[in-house]
Write a protein that binds this ligand. Sequence first.
Ligand SMILES: [Zn+2]
Ligand SMILES: [Zn+2]
Length: 544
Amino acid sequence: MTCGLPYVNGPAHIAHLRTYVPADIFVRFLRKMGQDVVFICSSDTHGTPITVKAEAEGVTPLDIVEEYHRHFLEFFPKMGIHFTNYGSTDHPFNHNRTIQIVEALKENGHVYAKNLKLPYCPNCDRFLPDRYQRGTCPHCGASARGDECDQGCGRYLEPGELMDPRCSICGTKPEMKETRHYFLKLTAFEDFLREYLPSLDGTDIARNYALQWVEGGLKDWNITRNLDWGVKVPGEEELVYYVWVDAPIGYIGSTEEWAERTGGDWEYYWKGPGALIHFIGPGIIYHHCLFWPSMLKGAGYSVPDAVIASGTMKVEGHVFSKSRGYVIWVEEDYLDKGLDPDALRYYIVSYTGHTRDLDFAWQPYTEKVNKELVGTLGNFLYRTLLFANRNYKAVPEGKVEPEVREEVEKTIETIRDGLDEYEFKKIADAIIGLAAYGNRYLQSREPWKLTKTESEKAAGVIHNCLWLTKALAVLMEPLLPFKVEAIWEQLGTPRKDAPLTEALEPLEIGTPIAKPTPLFEQISDETLAELSEMASKRIEEASG
Ligand SMILES: [Zn+2]
Ligand SMILES: [Zn+2]
């Protein structure tokens, strides 16, 4: 299983989490159900956004890559996201794998060379690939960069498509100069894609967008650039492979890094019977559902079994935009302020369905934390553990009531449905629903009254509540991994990574129950005001 690679020209932001958090949750549940999962990611290190930034800052591309590679490597665990291997597309394995795959495509007749006339800046004395040029979008007329209509229709642009280009470094009007490039014969994969895409598992948006593109007619794809940062094309002094060639191959490169480190078998996953699952953001469906399966197929590798594309990200009601200030920098704006990583994981998956627009805003964030995590989940766990500690100091005698067991069985069923449908909100809601049931159960049985008159009954109620607490710990671990560690400690039975079936196992009577501390912290009005102010200030500064 893989997650779309973070491009390492800046720190982690909230839109990254839109993919990584659900993917991490999915992997954790798969493992709880006994699946053997290798969870792969990498830093995406090539392409012109990095070289342009390096030039602007007077450093080398490698300086930038190393700085942010380290950042992401350290960042993911802080959010509870753990990859089996987090590699780099600049690793020698990936350079070699990219060359091998393109060679295999060439041998099979899927790659050909062609001369093109492309913009060349006489002042900078070089070709202007992708972000080295700005001009006018041929589709909508908006101001655009060489690789993408970033201020208009959002379409990807192929080399040579941009109208009225200018050098983005010095502003000079470029000349057109002939240069040799390589193309992937995507048109030859049309029949394959028509047959493959309808059977591709994952979210509908991935499948449907890709099919639409096939219907609209495929074009061969330029897979090289005149640049010296990237995977060098053998025998061509001035060319590297386009970053969108070696980035997905980075999934394989990173798996090879894992295999070398652990003695694992990377080919089992990429050429053998292992299932291949990609979690991605909505902007890269084109690459993962058209180019990528065609490249794999044409080079003799397995093709993806599922592509799970998420919906888009908004911040404070507006489309996510770093330049317009609609952004949350996860370390600076969130973790460094002492806010809870689990609460953010929860918000990301519980706000809305996986393929809908997810809006991050501080007001609903605060409401969700205070009402659902503190008020419902935290409240049930704390009341149960406190009552058990004060009155029994250990798990008291009792039998799990059929009604209580049924609630847990129902929750497991809903979680399984949520996983099958890639609907993580369903899972989060089911867990809060189980805690809400626990609160109702505790409230209606009133063990605090029973202790005086019917102590055995009171103990039985608390036994049931502790059993529910254990079930919750098992079921919510993939969502709230940091908190669950604390619950296991308070329950006196560390069962990290317990299988899903553990939720239905009996409790051991007599296990000591420690004095609990509340798991979730209420967000005060003052904190909310501060956070909201930080958000509006950033938006103001960006627009001013
Ligand atoms: Zn456009
Ligand atoms: Zn120039």
